[in-house]
Design a protein around this ligand. Structure first.
Ligand code: PLP
Length: 350
């Protein structure tokens, strides 16, 4: 057994779970990033943004970090702040999952709240303004995850792990927000010679790929109207993009919870929905990886709460049945393919 001395030493080397397989030999695998300390992939980029800032003097011993966050980046920064002796202020809103805000407080982060718009959507623009102003006033380090190269750089190890675990990744599907996890991973996969098709999934209502703006309740992914998309969304690294409704995204996560016992976040549910729906579009034998960005335990009061979903009109029974049907259809196609692979027995004496 390996014994580590800091929680941050447990980052990375996350396992893979086969979620589905088709009769054509294509596999849908989940990269279980929620098993990182703090329960999300974002701790990887939080580490890198801190390490790079320490290296070039933007962050000095005893310094202060101020960042707007929907929660996961904040939890990552809170971990490094407590391990390395920094003060950390997270600028948040009430759109964030309650459990994430509680986690931040539990790890000693200071929370500064900005108002949530009357639509109930994220107040990303306001959060960002407040964080930039506060950091300037306090002389604090403001990582600015949307434009900080350390964000995408933080996923170099993730790409290396995937190649070590799988040899090849044909398709990588992930929810997109700042762009760091999908673009950083794909950039490194390709730098190592992989020919990976990259698929970005944003909430319906997010404007990253130019769609019509609207309200969405998937937290962490997407950019609302008026939010300038940052440089970590590298469009040249994204081959396909899809928009997914809250109903479909949450149904994806909830059906997987019932089938596997693993609770995943709503944005991972959206990526799973897209990957499942399109699994047969890839050449036979493809390896399709979905990044499971965070843990569903952070959404017990939202994604996994029927009343919360009903109140927002996003409890979609049909969407649940669709996801179930994909699983049963793919499982049946595996059985059919197995039968076809065996010669039909010929009756003796016929
Ligand atoms: C739950 C969740 N899903 C998806 C994303 C999007 O990841 P990225 O910002 O790397 O594009 C985030 C980012 O915070 C997140 O917290």
């Amino acid at each position: 057994m390996t014994i580590v001395r800091r929680a941050s030493d447990l980052i990375g080397d996350t396992p893979l779970l086969e979620l589905a397989r088709t009769g054509t030999g294509t596999r849908l695998l989940l990269k279980l990033e929620q098993l990182n300390p703090t329960g999300s992939c974002k701790v990887r980029m939080a580490k890198q943004m801190v390490v790079e800032a320490e290296r070039d003097g933007r962050l000095k011993p005893g310094g202060h970090i101020v960042e707007p966050t929907s929660g996961n980046t904040g939890c990552g920064l809170a971990l490094f702040a407590l391990e390395r002796g920094y003060r950390f202020t997270a600028v948040v809103d009430r759109h964030a999952a309650r459990e994430k805000l509680r986690m931040l407080s539990a790890m000693g982060a200071e929370l500064v709240f900005v108002d949530t718009p009357s639509t109930g959507g994220p107040s990303s623009v306001r959060r960002r303004e407040v964080a930039a102003r506060l950091a300037a006033e306090l002389g604090a380090y403001h990582p600015d995850q949307h434009n900080n190269p350390g964000n995408a750089n933080g996923y170099t190890d993730l790409a290396a792990e995937l190649l070590r675990q799988l040899g090849a990744v044909d398709v990588l599907v992930a929810a997109i927000g700042t762009g760091g996890s999908l673009c950083g991973t794909v950039r490194e996969l390709r730098a190592r010679g992989a020919r990976t098709l990259s698929v970005a999934v944003e909430p319906m209502g997010s404007i990253i790929f130019g769609g019509r703006p609207g309200v969405y309740h998937q937290t962490g992914a997407g950019s609302p109207e008026g939010f300038p998309v940052g440089s970590n969304v590298d469009y040249s690294l994204v081959d396909r993009s899809h928009r997914v409704s809250d109903g479909d995204a949450f149904a994806g996560a909830r059906v997987v919870a019932r089938r596997t016992g693993l609770l995943l976040g709503g944005t991972t549910g959206g990526a799973i929905h897209v990957a499942l729906r399109r699994l047969l579009e890839h050449p036979p034998g493809s390896t399709v990886v979905v990044l499971a960005n965070d843990a569903g335990e952070k959404y017990l009061d939202s994604v996994y709460d029927d009343d919360w979903l009903r109140a927002r009109g996003v409890l979609d029974e049909l969407a649940h049945r669709r996801v179930e049907r994909w699983f049963t259809t793919y499982a049946a196609s595996v059985r059919v393919a197995a039968r076809e692979a065996w010669p039909t027995p010929v009756a003796v004496g016929a």
